[in-house]
Ligand binder design. Structure first.
Ligand code: PXG
Length: 460
């Protein structure tokens, strides 16, 4: 059986996520067979630089034997037990202790899930349960943001602000509303400073609260930096003002740390880098560096007190706090710690990437809004950067660009016409240079393609 045949065979049975499956059946997919460090390898022995860390998750890089050993040992000793009915196990006890150690002192309680979506859904049920248990059952509305991404379950997709998801299946569910995202390049007024825009964008939250009534609102949820929305980094004034507004109206502030958590921004958590303190934060991905599925929700003492007073919380997942995932997550956190990986992102590779990312992409004529923080970076493809004119069909240019990267063995992501990268946190300056050299060549090719399109589209 030929290798190409092999990939088509497999595809016949698999409905791929976020994919046009009919088109995939025609085009075929690449089969990834192994990985090491920042590289993945396909079945045709092509070495591909994974500048997306899997799906923003393989923070410690691929091929860590230690994690395999820990999983094996745990699987042999206790492959599964639940924590529902007056039982627990050492793996989850130790992981909880570790999580409490790495977070600020007001965070002392953790609830386990298996994914980011489950963490977000858990948080949504939790905040409503909290307000009921403290005697304010009418506080049910949760505010999210347009272009935010919080997962694919019905709750998480509702609080997320992806309109393409809402239109499939009648979302959002009730008591969910959205405000606009803090995207300076796209939404600032002429001559508005970043600082002023940050405050104005945060004040959209206050306007929304006042239009609904603070006594109806349970929580505001946001990613410190919007990831799947295109690495939208808000101005410095944004998050502190959001926090002020939440405090003023007694609304719980939730940071979705599924992407920003575990070192991506050069701090343990994104809220630390963006200058605010949430009441609750949701996590997954980097918690285990993607080696096994695990997610969690951490709550501060105020929320914990309400939950503890509220009687039974009728919520939980069979595999929440799974022993093997918990043991692997703890080993992952030890590696992040012992190898000073987050410190290196903060002091060395983050600033290095920021400088070189800007130098590489700013000169391109179809590139605007070049941005980065820690090891999370992006830019936007535009038709005219002087007039800030976007390409007519949002996402089309992004796909052309992403497919060029892919063809040249580099994985970067297109979020509409935002191009983003989030490599494993162990990437070295040399590997950053390799990534940028490939990307630069692809951008030259991209601009030629777009020039040709414009010439052929213009009237003779
Ligand atoms: N919150 C945030 C901030 C996320 O980025 C989720 C929740 C949901 O996590 P799970 O584990 O349920 O997928 C995410 C997930 C992409 C991409 O292509 C991003 C995510 C997932 C898949 C693809 O950018 N983020």
């Amino acid at each position: 059986m030929s290798k190409k045949h092999h990939s088509h065979e497999a595809m016949r049975h698999h409905l791929h996520p976020f994919s046009d499956n009919a088109q995939l059946q025609k085009e075929g997919v690449r089969v990834i067979v192994k990985a090491k460090g920042v590289y993945i390898y396909d079945e045709n022995k092509q070495k591909i630089l994974d500048a997306m860390a899997g799906l923003w998750c393989v923070n410690i890089g691929y091929g860590r034997r230690k994690l395999a050993k820990v999983a094996k040992k745990q699987m042999e000793k206790l492959p599964f037990y639940n924590t529902f009915f007056k039982t627990t196990h050492p793996a989850v006890i130790k992981l909880s202790k570790k999580l409490i150690d790495i977070t600020p002192p007001q965070f002392n309680y953790v609830f386990y899930t298996n994914s980011g979506s489950e963490s977000v859904d858990t948080m949504m049920r939790m905040v409503r349960h909290y307000w009921t248990s403290v005697g304010q059952p009418d506080k049910k509305v949760i505010i999210g943001r347009w272009n935010g991404y919080h997962g694919s379950t019905i709750g998480a997709a509702s609080i997320g602000g992806m309109k393409s998801m809402h239109t499939q299946g009648g979302l959002p569910i009730s008591n969910i509303v959205h405000i606009e995202q803090p995207w300076y390049y796209g939404l600032a007024r002429a001559n508005e400073t970043e600082e002023a825009f940050g405050l104005r964008a945060a004040n959209w939250l206050e306007e929304k609260i006042l239009s609904i009534g603070a006594d109806k609102i349970a929580a505001f949820v946001g990613e410190p930096i919007q990831g799947a929305g295109g690495v939208i980094i808000p101005p410095e004034t944004y998050w502190p003002r959001i926090q002020e507004i939440c405090q003023k109206y007694d609304i719980l502030l939730v940071s979705d740390e599924v992407i920003c958590g575990y070192g991506r921004t050069g701090q343990w958590f994104g809220y630390q880098a963006l200058g605010f303190e949430p009441d609750i934060f949701t996590m997954a991905k980097g918690l285990s560096s993607g080696y096994l599925p695990i997610g969690a929700v951490l709550v501060n003492d105020k929320v914990a007190a309400g939950l503890l007073a509220g009687g039974e919380f009728n919520h939980g997942f069979t595999y929440g706090g799974h022993p093997v995932s918990a043991a692997v997550a703890r080993a992952n956190l030890s590696i992040l710690d012992k190898e000073h990986i987050i410190q290196r992102v903060h002091d060395q590779t983050g600033p290095y990437l920021q400088k070189r990312w800007a130098e590489t992409f700013k000169p391109f004529k179809y590139v605007a809004d070049v941005r980065s923080l820690g090891l999370m970076c992006g830019f936007t493809l535009v038709k005219n950067k002087h007039t800030k004119t976007l390409w007519p069909n949002w996402g089309e240019a992004g796909l052309i660009c992403r497919d060029l990267f892919f063809k040249h063995n580099l994985i970067m992501r297109a979020c509409g016409d935002h191009i983003v990268a989030a490599p494993p946190l162990i990437i070295t300056p040399d590997e950053i240079e390799q990534m940028l050299a490939i990307a630069r060549q692809c951008m030259i090719e991209f601009e030629t393609i777009m020039d040709q399109r414009q010439t052929s589209a213009s009237p003779a």
